[in-house]
Design a protein around this ligand. Structure first.
Ligand code: C5P
Length: 258
């Protein structure tokens, strides 16, 4: 009979054989559909369907197209990350989380700055629901640097503010976070290996950072502990979005051990 150690090492060897870094990279890439119409979103979903398993719908698309925009994406078997960054009184946010859950969203964002009561109410709203969505507490927007934070009355450095908010969200019962690639390692250390860290502010080497301030490359973000990379313009505004996505996937799969 094999010993426990032999069983364990056999399982690990089997996992290594099964592990496909490119497929794992596709699973961890979420493309942000920051476009103004359902038609434009559908073009991107068609072009990029082979490159990722999930798409992010944010304000631009959701406000223009309405909740029905989720349907065709879900029907094609993709996960939907509904990035509405909820921030309101606890009762209102809990209601919005229930509504977003009913739409079939797999991930839903809310601002950690809404405070512990708001976060706990949101978490309560999804507790016990079968296939409940992953709530993600947005810490400090990746577009904010120290001067931007100071302008809204926060004297801390962005990384310290991220840590404060992540700790608070964790205490309120959340296990999902959005932070920039610069703070991933700190949030991972705080929240543990099971926490879900969705990381925007991803820029391949040499790419235009645009309004993003706290950025890093896909490989850096993964090595620091990101669960998912959220990528918008470097893919969606490229002259060939699928080729841009493939280049990012290649970098991701190399970082994942491919
Ligand atoms: O185009 P780009 O790759 O900069 O897009 C990043 C996406 O991630 C955008 O849709 C933006 O709304 C979102 N996001 C972010 N920073 C956060 C949370 C979400 O950039 N903290």
């Amino acid at each position: 009979m094999p010993s426990l150690e032999q069983i364990k090492s056999g399982l690990m060897a089997a996992r290594k054989i099964d592990f496909d870094p490119l497929e794992e990279a596709r699973r961890r890439l979420i493309v942000a559909l920051d476009v103004p119409t359902t038609a434009a979103a559908e073009v991107l979903v068609h072009q990029l369907g082979g490159c990722c398993r999930g798409f992010k719908i944010g304000f631009e698309l959701f406000v223009a197209a309405g909740p029905s925009v989720l349907e065709p994406i879900l029907q094609r078997g993709f996960s939907v990350f509904l990035d509405l960054k909820l921030h309101d009184i606890p009762n209102t946010v809990a209601g919005a989380v229930r509504s977003a859950t009913a739409l079939g969203a797999h991930m839903i964002t809310l601002h950690a700055a809404g405070g512990p009561a708001m976060l706990a109410a949101a978490q309560d709203a999804v507790e016990g629901i079968p296939h409940s969505p992953q709530l993600l507490a947005v810490t400090v927007l990746t577009s904010m640097d120290a001067p931007q934070l100071h302008a809204v009355g926060i004297a801390r450095q962005p990384a310290d503010q991220v840590e404060l908010l992540a700790r608070m969200a964790l205490d309120a019962g959340l296990r999902g976070f959005v932070c920039s690639p610069r703070e991933v390692a700190r949030v991972r250390a705080l929240a543990g290996p099971e926490a879900v860290l969705a990381v925007p502010g991803i820029r391949p080497a040499g790419a235009d950072t645009a309004d993003q301030k706290r950025v890093a490359t896909p490989a850096e973000a993964l090595r620091r502990g990101a669960s998912y990379l959220v990528v918008g313009r470097p893919i969606t505004q490229a002259s060939q979005p699928a080729a841009a996505a493939e280049a990012i996937l290649k970098e991701m799969s190399e970082a994942l051990g491919g």
